[in-house]
Design a protein around this ligand. Structure first.
Ligand SMILES: *Cc1c(COP(=O)(O)O)cnc(C)c1O
Length: 367
């Protein structure tokens, strides 16, 4: 068969383990998933109400233009409707951008470690990948700029970065955007911007009016709590959106997702409340790390990468049989760490207790 050769060496994305399968394997009644940075408090009651009163027929295709959602997001962000593109999650937009810009002969620049899907899609589309190591969990923007040449089609910036949670300051981002050549598309992956409380953070959408080579990606999967319904969007100058649109599947955002996203957006009190609770939960983890002298990156997102100084898979396995699903740092570029999503107060206490037990057992083995 005449496969694209690069596909033969690729592994499929390994998602966090599903709750049901962990319950079965270890005979547990309760399992808490803190692996994929979902909202531990679920979604706004307004979303629940909107979904319960859905009147549309499921036999009818979704609105391919996402008119209601488009109008809601456009009003919320104060951008034109023509500046928006919608995706079946932000993942879908990454794929669309890759498809539209990357091919053999082109190259693309990204940080490492960062979100896996930039590289994954670039491999499939046959572009050369230029990965620039993080410095202390942060993008090395100067080195990323240096890696750009006349064949660089896309440069990816994830801030706060997954898996470190480190954000880029307004000052650094502004100076970076000024220096990127106009012919290179900048993607700012803004998946966690709603969680950021740092004073020096920027509003990425404001940059869109200034830079015609920029697209900002956002998602309803994280703080808005509707990951299962798969809705994300991109904001850019309308000239970018116009060329990008034909690379999008016609009905990529489903009907329930569109309805839920409109309702989710309308409840900013809920978003603010979740942001506040996330910071409280983050403190629980930071205190635990300080107490046990474990290295962690100060995260502005809803997850924290904790270095146990051993094999991340081992910590992952230990927590799994205690009923906590986290992500091993092994697959994320930090082999001795685990990435934990900040949960509810009770969930955080529970997983911290399990991590303390792990450290104790480890210590008693070596003594
Ligand atoms: C979760 C995540 C996404 C993807 O979100 P979806 O909208 O669920 O596809 C994109 N980028 C980063 C950095 C993420 O962590």
């Amino acid at each position: 068969m005449k496969w694209k050769e690069q596909l033969l060496s690729l592994e499929p994305y390994k998602p966090g383990r599903p709750i049901e399968s962990v319950k079965k394997e270890f005979g547990l009644d309760q399992v808490v998933k803190l692996a994929s940075n979902e909202n531990p408090f679920g979604t706004s009651q307004k979303v629940v109400a909107a979904l319960q009163s859905v009147l549309s027929s499921f036999a009818i295709y979704p609105d391919g233009y996402a008119a209601n959602l488009r109008s809601a997001v456009s009003e919320f962000l104060k951008v034109d409707e023509e500046q928006l593109i919608f995706g079946n999650g932000a993942d879908n937009l990454i794929q669309i951008i890759s498809r539209a810009f990357l091919s053999p002969g082109k190259n693309t620049v990204m940080a490492n470690p960062s979100f896996s899907q930039y590289k994954h899609n670039a491999i499939i589309d046959g572009a050369e990948i230029r990965e620039i190591p993080l410095i202390d969990g942060e993008h090395d923007l100067d080195a990323m700029l240096q890696a750009i040449d006349e064949n660089t089609a896309v440069i990816w910036v994830c801030s706060p970065n997954n898996p470190t949670g480190i954000h880029i300051s307004r000052e650094k981002m502004t100076s970076f955007l000024k220096k990127v050549p106009e012919e290179t598309l900048v993607v700012i992956d803004d998946a966690y911007h709603d969680y950021v409380v740092a004073d020096d953070f920027y509003d990425a959408v404001e940059f869109v009016n200034q830079y015609k080579n920029l697209i900002v990606l956002r998602t309803f999967s994280k703080i808005y709590g509707i990951a299962s319904l798969r809705v994300g969007y991109g904001v850019a100058h309308q000239d970018i959106i116009r060329v990008l649109e034909p690379a999008r599947e016609p009905f990529n955002v489903n009907t329930l997702g569109q309805i839920a996203a409109v309702a989710a957006l309308s409840d900013q009190d809920y978003v603010n409340e979740c942001r506040r609770k996330n910071r409280e939960g983050m403190k629980q983890f930071e205190e635990f790390c300080e107490e046990h002298q474990l290295h962690y990156f100060p995260s502005q997102a809803n997850f924290i990468l904790i270095d146990f100084g051993t094999n991340g898979d081992e910590v992952f396995q230990y927590l799994l049989q205690k009923g906590y699903i986290v992500r091993s740092g092994n697959a994320l570029g930090y082999a001795s760490s685990v990435r934990v999503t900040v949960g509810s107060n009770e969930e955080n206490s529970g997983v911290i207790e399990a991590m303390k037990q792990y450290l104790q057992e480890k210590a008693s083995l070596t003594n």
